[in-house]
Design a protein around this ligand. Structure first.
Ligand code: HAM
Length: 411
C-alpha cells in the first residue's frame, strides 16, 4: 500500500462538524465590527519579505526565526505571519489616508509562523482582527479594547482578563531602555542566551522572557523598581490615564501589567492582551496596541493607528461545543424516485433533509433517521397512493399522517 501523506506538523484540518463554531466566529465578527463602522479588508496571504522585516521589526522572533520565506523570480516573498503590516501596506497603497478619519478595517484569515507547535500554538493558525487609523485620542484605544471584549462576550467567552500597559513614546522608551540596561548589567552573564541578545538589540523584550532564571532576576528589588517605575513622559502618562478612565466608564475590568511589552516592534503607548483562565500556557486570546509610527515607517503619511488580533483556534477551543447538528428530516422510503422528489421539494423549501441512497431495508432507514434527524418522513406505498406522508417525531415517537402540502409546517 502507498504511504499515507500526513498533514504538516503545526497545521490542522478544520472538519465539517467544527464549522458551526467557525461560522459563528466569522458571523459575529462581521456583525459586531461592521456595527462599529469597520469594513472588511482581505489582503494577500504572501507579501514582500521586506514588509515584515520593516513592519514587524527585524529584532523580533517572528522575523528572525519564524517566517516562511521563499524566492520566486528573484523576489523574496513571505507567508504573512500577522496581518497588521499587510493592512498598513494596503492602507497606504489604496490611498486610504485621503478618506475621512477614522478609517476602520477588520480582517480574518490564516497566518503562518514557524514556531514549536504545542497546545494553542500552531504553524498555520487563523486570526480575526481590527485596525483603526487616524485617531490619536485615547477614546480610540478604549473603543478597540471594548470591541474586543464585546466580540469575546458574543462568543460566550466571559472568564477573561484584560491586561494593559503603556510603552510610552520613542523618547520615553529610550529613557526606560537605558535604565533597564544599567540595572541589569551586573546580571548580564546570568541572563539566558536569547536575553543576552535582547539586551543589546531590543532590551524591552527582556521583560517578555519566560525563562525562570530570567524571571527571577526581574524580581530582584532594584530591577523590579525600574520595571514598576513610572518611566513614561507626562503626555504619555495622561493618555494612559485617559484610557483607564474610559475603560472604567465602559465597565471594562482590567489590570495594569508592567511586564506586558508584546512581541512585535511597532508598538508605542497602549499595549494590551486578553487572557483566558481556561487555556494552558498559551493563554492569550487577543493581543494588540497602538502603532503610531508604522504607517510613516512604511512610506505613508504620518497616521496614528491601533488594533488587535485574536487567535481563532484559541477562541474555538474555549467556545461551548454545540450538540450534533441534526437534520430537520430524514426521508424513509423504499421508492427511491419518490424519495428523491420529496427530498428536492423539502430542500427547495429550505429544510435540511437527507435520505438513503443505497436502497436499505425500511428498518435500517428508520434506525439511521433516529440517529441523524429530528423527524422521519415516511413515504410508504399507501402514503404514495394517497399523496400523503407519515411524519414521526423521533424524540417523542408521535406519528401523524399529513398531506404533502401540510408537511412543511410539521417539520
Ligand atoms: P500577536 O500577539 O502576535 O499579535 O497575535 C495575536 C493573537 O494571535 C495571539 O494573542 C494568539 O491568540 C494568536 N496567535 C499568535 N500566534 C499563534 C500561533 N502560533 N498559534 C495560534 N495562535 C496564535 C499580532 O499578530 C498583531 N498583529 C496584533 C495587532 C493588530 N496589533 C495591532 N493590531
Amino acid at each position: 500500500m502507498a504511504n499515507i501523506i500526513k498533514v504538516q506538523k503545526g497545521t490542522k484540518d478544520i472538519l465539517p462538524q467544527e464549522m458551526g463554531l467557525w461560522y459563528k466566529m466569522e458571523d459575529e465578527a462581521r456583525r459586531i465590527f461592521s456595527n462599529a463602522g469597520y469594513g472588511e479588508l482581505r489582503t494577500p496571504i504572501f507579501e514582500a519579505t521586506e514588509l515584515f522585516a520593516r513592519g514587524v521589526g527585524d529584532t523580533t522572533d517572528i522575523v528572525n526565526k519564524e517566517m516562511y520565506t521563499f524566492e520566486k523570480s528573484e523576489r523574496s516573498l513571505t507567508l504573512r505571519p500577522e496581518n497588521t503590516a499587510g493592512v498598513v501596506r494596503a492602507f497606504i497603497e489604496n490611498g486610504m489616508h485621503r478618506l475621512s478619519a477614522p478609517v476602520k478595517l477588520w480582517y480574518k484569515g490564516p497566518m503562518f509562523r514557524y514556531e514549536r507547535p504545542q497546545a494553542g500554538r500552531q504553524r498555520q493558525f487563523h486570526q480575526v482582527g481590527v485596525e483603526m487609523f487616524g485617531v490619536k485620542d485615547a477614546t480610540a484605544d478604549a473603543e478597540v479594547i471594548e470591541l474586543a471584549v464585546s466580540y469575546l462576550n458574543a462568543l460566550g467567552l466571559n472568564d477573561l482578563e484584560v491586561e494593559i500597559n503603556s510603552l510610552g513614546c520613542p523618547e520615553c522608551r529610550e529613557n526606560f531602555k537605558s535604565k533597564l540596561k544599567e540595572v541589569l548589567k551586573p546580571y548580564f552573564n546570568e541572563l539566558c542566551e536569547d536575553c543576552q541578545v535582547r539586551y543589546e538589540k531590543n532590551p524591552l523584550r527582556l521583560l517578555d522572557c519566560k525563562v525562570e532564571s530570567c524571571k527571577a532576576i526581574f524580581e530582584k528589588p532594584e530591577v523590579k523598581e525600574v520595571i514598576q517605575g513610572d518611566f513614561i513622559c507626562e503626555e504619555c502618562a495622561n493618555h494612559f490615564e485617559e484610557l483607564k478612565s474610559y475603560l472604567d466608564v465602559l465597565g471594562i475590568k482590567y489590570s495594569v501589567n508592567k511586564l506586558l511589552v508584546r512581541g512585535l516592534d511597532y508598538y508605542n503607548r497602549t499595549v494590551f492582551e486578553i487572557k483566558s483562565n481556561n487555556l494552558g500556557s498559551q493563554n492569550a486570546v487577543c493581543g494588540g496596541g497602538r502603532y503610531d509610527s508604522l504607517v510613516k515607517n512604511l512610506g505613508g503619511e504620518d497616521t496614528p493607528a491601533i488594533g488587535f488580533a485574536m487567535g481563532m483556534e484559541r477562541l474555538y477551543s474555549l467556545m461551548q461545543k454545540p450538540e450534533d447538528d441534526k437534520l430537520d428530516a430524514y426521508v424513509v422510503s423504499t421508492d427511491k424516485i419518490e424519495a428523491l422528489k420529496l427530498v428536492k421539494y423539502l430542500r427547495d423549501n429550505n429544510k435540511k433533509v437527507d435520505f438513503d441512497f443505497a436502497g436499505k431495508k425500511f428498518t435500517k432507514q428508520m434506525e439511521k433517521a433516529s440517529k441523524v434527524a429530528n423527524y422521519a418522513v415516511i413515504l410508504g406505498e399507501d402514503e404514495i397512493k394517497n399523496g400523503a406522508v407519515s411524519v414521526k417525531n423521533l424524540s417523542t415517537s408521535e406519528q401523524v399522517i399529513v398531506s404533502q402540502s401540510e408537511l412543511l409546517s410539521k417539520i
